[in-house]
Write a protein that binds this ligand. Structure first.
Ligand code: PLP
Length: 494
């Protein structure tokens, strides 16, 4: 069996991609990386003639080689055939002189669907050798929870339990979660903040007594966090798909380099672009765009990663992150696989709150990565300009990327801006950016106004929520979370 994933912090133990997907994180706290998979190049000429499903099969087959062709094909079919509102899955559209890669056509209208529609199918296949049922436990500040619920709902051998901070998510986000259908889903509000929920979920994962009781019932806990290989790999597909679409529209010829600008939080999405480059995609620059939590802009400018700063709550909340977990994988590749160096950086980050890479390494990093950030005001201005000048409606996260991209003069290469959410997911902030006073308007009123103002249709996945029955009314305090997880396991896997 091909075992070629190992921890970023040590290469003494290797695992198959199935094992890596089930475990999520390596036992030493590192992230799973592969040396071999990325030595294979995809056949670009063939890719450029293929549709999304075929490209996905190629990418997954290369990066997850212990899955059989048949297994990969059935996962791709199950994830992408009916759950996206366009056959292109991630269509490319013009944006001024650049291009917009629309990643928000899935069931929850955010790019996380591309990975979270796939991860559950991969887990379901991976657990077959293992036999146990898998319960996913997630704390969410809003977006991830719904994407995980929608992805895992109805997938055999899996269940999902989501905790959200009661009263601290938007109306639409709340309804998205509490209306989720499926026999294997559980949703619970908690009396506390997202951080409280996250802390308690970590305790649940570390609770040996609980693990023992669940093992006796043939159940293991796992996470759908973006550090899972099974979330990273599906994202590589849309970089190739974007390139194929550019070739087919005649915007480029095969071999031309393309730049990608990525609104970044945990560094997962942009890292997938780097994997695409390793697999032979002609990538010029990968531009890392941040909001005011600009820890990555500073890192890519100075070589010092420093999380010791105030956390800023912005209008692009899915990028409000100070520790970009997936950067650890980039450090591994940057140091040519120096696990010891990576372990030292990560220990420094945990203990001192910062680490610094050498000038040479920074220069090497900058050969591929550019960076920049946008404040909330700049983000609003960009939403407005993009609507007025280009007649394209973009959400707050996409606007961060567009702003940053606008700061660079095109160097003769085509440029693709990744669009990570439907503007209707953040209706209030988008509407306000266009100049409407939104005080007193709830989420659906903002959606209606935005639609009336722009004529851009709200996605049915969101507008349909107002009539959907509420199926999950549980709210517990922090101490009740373990019992809730255990109760869900008993109910779902009985
Ligand atoms: C999660 C998310 C991001 C950030 O993606 P990372 O992979 O964490 O860098 C950007 N935009 C939206 C809408 C998201 O949900």
């Amino acid at each position: 069996m091909t075992t070629f994933y190992h921890s970023t912090r040590s290469d003494s133990e290797t695992v198959t991609s199935k094992q890596a997907i089930l475990a999520g994180i390596a036992p030493d706290g590192g992230l799973y990386v592969s040396d071999d998979a990325v030595r294979n190049k995809l056949d670009l000429r063939a890719v450029c003639q293929e549709g999304y499903h075929q490209i996905a099969r190629r990418v997954l087959g290369t990066l997850l080689p212990d899955f059989t062709e048949q297994e990969v094909a059935s996962c791709v079919e199950a994830a992408y055939a009916d759950n996206f509102d366009t056959p292109a899955v991630t269509p490319l559209s013009p944006l001024g002189t650049d291009w917009l890669l629309e990643l928000y056509h899935g069931p929850t209208c955010a790019f996380k669907d591309v990975a979270l529609q796939m991860l559950p199918r991969l887990m379901s296949v991976a657990r077959k050798g293992e036999g146990r049922n898998v319960m996913i436990v997630t704390a969410t500040s809003g977006d991830t929870g719904k994407a995980a619920l929608a992805g895992f709902a109805g997938v055999p051998g899996t269940g999902v339990t989501v905790f959200y901070p009661d009263g601290k998510v938007s109306d639409v986000q709340h309804l998205q979660m509490v209306t989720q259908t499926g026999d294997n889903v559980a949703v619970c509000g908690i009396k506390g903040t997202f951080d409280d929920a996250q802390t308690q979920v970590k305790r649940i994962f570390a609770d040996r007594d609980l693990a023992g009781r669940l093992a006796a019932q043939n159940v293991m806990l796992s996470s759908a966090n973006s550090i899972n290989v099974g979330r990273l790999v599906p994202q590589v597909t849309y970089y190739f798909s974007a390139y194929a679409q550019l070739v087919r529209t005649g915007a480029i010829v095969i071999g031309d380099e393309v730049d990608f600008c990525v609104p970044t939080g945990n560094f997962g999405d942009v890292l997938a672009g780097y994997y695409a480059k390793l697999l032979g995609l002609p990538v010029g620059k990968l531009v890392v765009a941040s909001n005011s939590n600009k820890v990555l802009t500073d890192f890519l400018t100075t070589g010092t990663y420093d999380r010791r700063r105030d956390f800023v709550k912005t209008i692009s909340p899915s990028m409000d992150i100070l520790v970009s977990s997936n950067l650890e994988r980039m450090l591994y590749y940057l140091t040519d696989g120096d696990c010891e160096a990576v372990a030292t950086y990560m220990a420094d980050l945990a203990q001192k709150g910062c680490y610094t890479i050498s000038k040479d390494l920074l220069a090497k990093l900058r050969q591929t990565f550019d960076c920049g950030f946008a404040t909330d005001d700049e983000t609003r201005q960009t939403i407005r300009d993009t609507w007025e000048k280009d007649h394209v409606l973009i959400d707050t996260h996409t606007a961060v990327a567009r702003h940053v991209l606008g700061r660079f003069a095109p160097e003769g290469r085509r440029r693709v801006c990744l669009s990570t959410a439907s503007p209707y997911k953040f209706s209030a902030d988008v509407l306000a950016a266009l100049g409407t006073d939104v005080s007193g308007l709830d989420g659906f009123a903002c959606m209606d106004r935005l639609q009336a103002l722009t004529g851009v249709a709200a996605p049915a996945q969101l507008s349909g929520l107002r009539d959907a029955p509420v199926l999950h009314a549980d709210v517990c305090d922090m101490d009740g979370m373990t019992a809730f997880v255990e109760g869900s396991c008993n109910r779902i896997f009985a």
